[in-house]
Each structure stands twice: as C-alpha cells, then as structure tokens.
Design a protein around this ligand. Structure first.
Ligand SMILES: *Cc1c(COP(=O)(O)O)cnc(C)c1O
Length: 349
C-alpha cells in the first residue's frame, strides 16, 4: 500500500510536538526538564512525573503476548482514540469516503461526522454476514477506509474471514480496519496474525470488555509500523496516564485471569441463550461469538420499557438497521442473568 497516498498530505508531513520525555527515556536521573513538581503529588500516589508518551513497558509485554513488534502497537484512550485518529489522518472533509456495514458500532459514524468524512453504507445480510457484493459496489476511488467489526456489535457473531481476506488482497490501497473489541471471546483466530503479510490491515482490540477494564480506558491498534507511526505523531503526547499504565502492566502479568473471565462469561452466555429461547416472547436468539446476545422479541419496545421499570437495563436496538424488534443483552453474572430471565417470564405473560 502507498502510505503517502493513504494519508492526508499535511498529516503525512506533520512535525509532531516533541515532549520533554522524548529526549531521554531512562528512569534514573535528575529530572529538571518538564516543569514538574519535584516533591510529589497532593493526590495519594506518585503522579508528579509525566507518563511515558509511548508506553514502552506495556508494548514490550503486549508485543510478546500478541507476537508482534512494539512498533506495530498503538495504545489509545480506549479504542475510540485510534478510531478517531485514523479517520482524522486519512479523510479529507466532504471528500474522502469510508465504508461501514450496518448494523455496526456507532462510533465509526460519529467520528466520521466530526471529521466530515463521507460515510457509505453496505449493510450486512439479514443473518449479519458481510455482503461482499454490496461492499464492492460501494467502493470508489475516494474510498480510504473499510470498517469491519468482528465479532460484530450489536449482532454478536463473527464475520467471515475468507471474505475479509479476499477483499484485503483485491483492494491493497484501501485500509481495512478490523475491530476485534470482542475478539477475546471469539473462537476465530485474531487478524493480528495477518498484519505481517498485509500492509492494509489495522486490528483494534480493547481492555474494556474481556479484561474488565472499561473504566481505565485502554484500546490497542495493531498495524504496519508506518501506520502506527502516523497515529503516534498525531495523538496527544500523554494519552495514557500513569495510573492506567500501571494497572495495564499488572494485568498483563495475569492474562490467565482474563481467560478465566472469558470462559465464565461464555458459559453464562450459552445458558442465557437456552433460557431466552424458551420464552413465549422470544422470536429469535442470534448466534453469538461474544459477550452479547441479540434477541428478537414480540414487541421489543414495550418489553424494554417494562424491563427498565424493573431496573433491568438492556439496549434497545429496535430502531437499528436489520434489528427490528431486537434488544441487545450483555451477558451478566449467573445471578444477574436469572433475574433477567425471571423478569422476562413475568413480563411477557
Ligand atoms: C466496546 C467496543 C469498543 C471499545 O471501545 P473502548 O473505547 O476501547 O472502550 C470498540 N469497538 C466496539 C465494536 C465495541 O463494541
């Protein structure tokens, strides 16, 4: 892929902010370079120093875990940050196009609207597979990005990697962004294994779901070093704070705990699906490869309201493309799930 053509010229040529901590990355020394408070913090904890702008320790560990080079990793304030940055870096307002596949994650459209990137929609099929023909019809010389969310939000299923790879090879000048926010739950292999071979792939993952760290805000982008270098150039210099970086480092020493959560949640999901399918109000439970179940109910809107009155909060997706009468249910603990099931039994009588 011609990276120079992918990026907006002024971004490609941008001279980034050079922070004090860019020039010296050691931990020992007399630090009189960043106008910090030398004594400590008013808040409890050691927060008086600026954090590492490139999160090198985290990338060392994450690189080993994911089998990629540190230069192929970008860390952001949630995956929302790389989503926003890659649109900013590639899309000229009111000119460049990006393709999304509804029903899909809402942030792609929002970030595009902020940047005034032109969004072209190629809906998934009714059973939430990639409609390759629709996508290829939507492609134009102005297409910069194609967004693929797999496992998909809100439908929960994984999309067909054969179709993805076919298009990735056919359109080497378009960047395919594979959002694997739910990849930890998935039985499919991650597309990270393909970034060595294909320059036009960016894979997004997050610590917000299986890792249980949504409140800390950490998302990751994996891609060719040239793509990652541009994201690093345009991010805020200190986009991950010291507290967050510390927690991520500790979490990476305890990967087994994440796998443990995944197996518990997946088991709960399957039990929950079995119970929901038995209910009179249920029309269909869509197959899920993640921690969410999309369910088609008779009269979803009314049911959603009744659940709310009972302080059970699910996501009403009934107005979303291809999701008529559907509610999206995040898989909870066994206890939470049985509270939901009991309520659904009562309310749907
Ligand atoms: C939850 C989610 C994310 C994660 O966003 P963060 O900013 O990392 O919390 C990304 N993509 C999809 C599709 C999601 O559902």
């Amino acid at each position: 892929m011609d990276f120079k053509k992918l990026f907006r010229p002024h971004i490609y040529n941008l001279k980034p902010y050079s922070s004090a901590r860019d020039e010296y990355s050691g931990k020992e020394g007399v630090f009189l370079d960043a106008n910090e408070n030398p004594y400590g913090s008013v808040a409890e904890g050691d927060f008086n120093r600026y954090p590492d702008p490139y999160q090198r320790e985290i990338k060392e560990k994450l690189g080993k875990l994911k089998r990629v080079d540190t230069g192929q990793i970008f860390l952001g304030n949630g995956s929302d940050e790389p989503i926003d940055l890659i649109i900013k870096a590639t899309c000229e307002p009111n000119e460049s196009e990006m393709i999304i596949m509804p029903p899909t994650y809402g942030m792609y459209q929002v970030c595009a609207d902020i940047q005034q990137a032109v969004v072209v929609k190629a809906n998934l099929t009714p059973d939430f597979e990639i409609d390759q023909k629709a996508v290829e019809t939507a492609i134009s010389p102005k297409t910069k990005l194609i967004w693929i969310c797999s496992p998909n939000n809100p439908s929960g299923n994984s999309l067909d990697q054969t179709v993805m790879l076919d298009m990735i090879q056919k359109y080497p000048e378009i960047l395919f962004i594979i959002d694997e926010a739910y990849g930890d739950f998935s039985t499919e292999e991650s597309m990270i294994s393909r970034i060595a071979k294909f320059q036009n792939i960016m894979v997004l993952q997050t610590f917000s779901k299986a890792w249980g760290m949504a409140g800390l805000r950490v998302g990751v982008a994996y891609a060719h070093t040239e793509l990652i270098a541009i994201l690093n150039k345009i991010k805020y210099p200190y986009n991950l704070n010291i507290a967050t970086q510390g927690y991520v480092l500790k979490a990476l020493d305890n990967v087994d705990a994440m796998y443990e959560f995944v197996s518990r949640i997946s088991e709960n999901r399957d039990l929950l699906a079995q119970e929901i399918i038995k209910l009179r109000a249920t029309e269909k439970v869509f197959p899920s490869d993640s921690n969410q179940l999309l369910v088609k109910f008779r009269n979803a809107k009314a049911l959603f309201q009744k659940l709310l009155e009972n302080k059970i909060i699910v996501r009403d997706r009934s107005n979303v493309t291809l999701c008529e009468d559907c509610l999206r249910i995040s898989v909870g603990t066994k206890e939470e799930n049985s509270i939901l099931i009991e309520a659904l039994k009562r309310l749907s009588e």
